[in-house]
Design a protein around this ligand. Sequence first.
Ligand code: GLA
Length: 345
Amino acid sequence: MYFSRKKLFAFILILMVGLLLSGCDIHFGHPYVPGSDEDEEFVSDKIPSLYQCYEDYFSLGAAVNSNSKDYELLTKHFNSLTAENEMKPDHLQEEENIFTYNRADEIIEIARDNNMEVRGHVLVWRKQTPGWFFCDDEKIINRMEEHIKNVMGHFGVEIKSWDVVNETVNDDKSSEIYREYDDDDDEHGDRWYNHVRADYVRLAFEFADKYNQHGAKLFYNDYNAVKPQKRDKIIRMLKDLINNGVPIDGIGSQGHWQTDWPSIDMIEEAIQDYQELGLEIQITELDIKIRPGDSEEDQARRYREIFELFMEYSNVIEKVTFWGIIDSESWRAEYKPLLFDENHQ
Ligand code: GLA
C-alpha cells in the first residue's frame, strides 16, 4: 500500500507538522522525487502511522462503511473509527421494534480487533430516520427513548462517544434556532422539532444519559458550527441546555470545509467559544474539497494550517475524524477531499 503523488504532498505536510511538534522519530531519507522508480518503496516503507504521530495531541479517526473492503489504511493511520451510515436510525431500526445490528457489529469488530475507539453516529437526527418514528404524536417520545435504550444497550462499552443529536440548528439568516418542518422541503426541515418542539433535544440527551452505562461522552454534532451566525445559535441552544442541567459533554464540529473556507480565525474563535462553555470539542467529518480552480497544494496547505491550529488547542480538542479515507468512497468524491486517492494509494 502506498500513497499516490497526488496525495503525498498533502500527507507529508500534515505529517511534518505533527512530527516537528511531537518529536515522532521518523527519518524521511532522501527527498521524494515524483516519477522516480523509488516512489512505491519510499512511501510504503518510510511513512509512519499518522495517528502515532498525533497521539500526544488527539486521536485520529476515520469514517468507514460496510462497503469498504480494504482496512489496511484505516488500521495503519487511524486509532478511532465512526460508521458512516451503519449506526443511523434507518440502518438500525428500519421497521419499528426490529433492530438490525449485523453491519454495525462488523464495524465494531474491526475496531475491537485493532484496538481502535468507536464514535457512535447518530442517535437522533432529522435525516435517515424512518417515517414511522413520526406517526402518531403520542408515541414519538417513547419511540425516541426505546431507540436510544436499545442502541446504547446493544453497543454498550464499545462506544466511547455518541452523537446524540445531529444538525438541528437552523442555518438560514433568521434568528430562529430550530428548523421548522415543511412537507415540501424534507431536506432542510426537522420532523423531530415539528412534533416535539425544542424539548426533543433535551429529551434525547436525558435518555442518552439514562442508558449510558459505560460513561460514553455525549455530543451535539453539526455542520457550519464555526460559521459565526450559526455558531451563535448553536451556543444559545447549548447554553440553555447546560444551564438547565442537561447532560452534554461536547460539541462535534463537522469539518466539511474548503481550501479557503472557513478562515483559521473563524475556526479558532469557535473553538474558544465552545471551550468557554466547558465543552469538549471533536472535529468530526473532516474533508476538504478541491474545487475547480483549486490545486492539490491548496488542499495540502489547508490541511496543514488546520492541523497546526488543532494542535494548539489539543487541550480541548480530543479527536479529529476524517469523513472517509479514500476519495472515491467519499460522499463528495468528485472533489477528492480526503488523504488517499481512488486507487487506495
Ligand atoms: C452529515 C451527516 C453525516 C453524513 C453527511 C453526508 O454530515 O452527519 O452522517 O450523512 O452528512 O455524508
